[in-house]
Design a binder for this molecule. Structure first.
Ligand code: AHM
Ligand code: MG
Length: 338
């Protein structure tokens, strides 16, 4: 069998589908290369002296792991000189990172969570990188890029993807023509297309939620999960299974492979907080990937990709995965509002 590499795939997308400009293609290649480097460091673990925490915290007040910071640096260094970007933003940086004046400036904005699944870093469970690409506003050409230039709804994304560093390192990508997966071949160091046009089953009998927060959930979430747990004798008339990796990349990857619903909803622990996950570099790219695979993503009442961000590090309630289940949870939220 002749393998198709990421480079071939992207060139075909550029030529055949007319789906992506050459500079976005190059930018994705650079991100993918950085993910290879991160994967290499992750796989070294204790031998690479990369495990454990630093004394610092990020803008959300979370303790930074050594690998969080290292991954952030790898992505910044890989992407700053290529000439395709105007600025970057990351979960690990308080504010945006404009491309230094020493390098040519491009027309795109890159946002990322450099290493998602922080609680799993030191315990050898799958973790990953999530990224999203937006256009820099055309009028920003003549001035410095500002944080406000990033505040675009997810529908404006040009590309989105994630890498998961698990038993295999896999890169999942969309440029708006479907969702595709590539496995890292560690012998040739290339990304090989292994998951062609991924399609999420519309129905599922598997849910993913951190059930330790059950007592804090809103009524529609509790109703949905109660009905799943009631199994064959409940209103759903079938048994459900539960999975929770606590790395969004791994939970979403499972859903792309075999269906399921993932929820990190609003809860009453910190009622003023919309959710735990971040809209711009976690929820939006995952929503784009999931929708392109035929799934759905809402915050309980609205499509995630249509939300107008107010802040770079804004948080959001997330319900995504198999279409019919996401629509059901969303309907329960609407019914509760009436
Ligand atoms: P992180 O970006 O700090 O790693 O946080 C995001 C992660 C997600 O990957 C995962 O779904 C969630 O946090 C798990 O949270 P919890 O530990 O509350 O179950
Ligand atoms: Mg994260």
């Amino acid at each position: 069998m002749k393998h198709k590499t990421l480079t071939q795939f992207l060139i075909e997308q550029q030529r055949l589908e007319n789906a992506l400009p050459a500079d976005v293609r190059l930018l994705i290649e650079v991100v993918a290369r950085a993910c290879k480097t991160i994967s290499h460091h992750v796989s070294k673990g204790a031998l690479g002296n990369v495990l454990g925490s630093l004394d610092s915290s990020n803008v959300q007040g979370e303790v930074q792991k050594k690998l969080d910071v290292l991954s952030n640096e790898i992505l910044l260094e890989a992407n700053e000189w290529g000439g395709n970007l105007a600025a970057m933003a990351s979960e690990e940086m308080d504010s945006i990172y404009p491309i230094p004046h020493a390098y040519p400036r491009g027309g795109y904005l890159l946002l990322f969570d450099p290493l998602d699944g922080s609680s799993n870093i030191d315990v050898n469970v799958s973790i990953g990188t999530i990224f999203s690409v937006l256009r820099a506003p055309a009028e920003a050409d003549q001035r410095e890029i500002e944080e406000a230039d990033f505040l675009q709804p997810g529908t404006e994304q040009v590309a989105a993807g994630y890498a998961v560093y698990g038993p295999q390192t896999v890169l999942v990508l969309t440029v708006g023509t479907g969702t595709f997966g590539f496995t890292l071949d560690r012998e040739t160091h290339s990304w090989i297309l292994t998951h062609e046009k991924i399609s999420i089953p519309e129905d599922t009998s598997e849910f993913a939620i951190n059930a330790s927060n059950m007592r804090h959930w809103a009524e529609p979430v509790r109703r949905y999960i109660d009905e799943c747990l009631a199994g064959t004798t409940g209103p759903r008339e079938r048994n459900f299974n539960m999975r929770w990796v606590a790395s969004m990349v791994a939970d979403v990857h499972r859903i792309l492979c075999r269906g399921g619903i993932f929820m990190y909803p609003w809860d009453a622990r910190e009622p003023e907080r919309a959710g735990k996950l971040r809209l711009m570099y976690e929820a939006n790219p995952m929503a784009f990937i999931v929708e392109q695979a035929g799934g759905a993503a809402t915050n309980g009442t609205q499509r995630i990709m249509e939300l107008q961000p107010q802040q770079l590090h804004e948080r959001v309630s997330v319900i995504l995965g198999s279409r019919n289940e996401v629509e059901r949870v969303t309907r329960y939220h609407h019914e509760a509002q009436r």
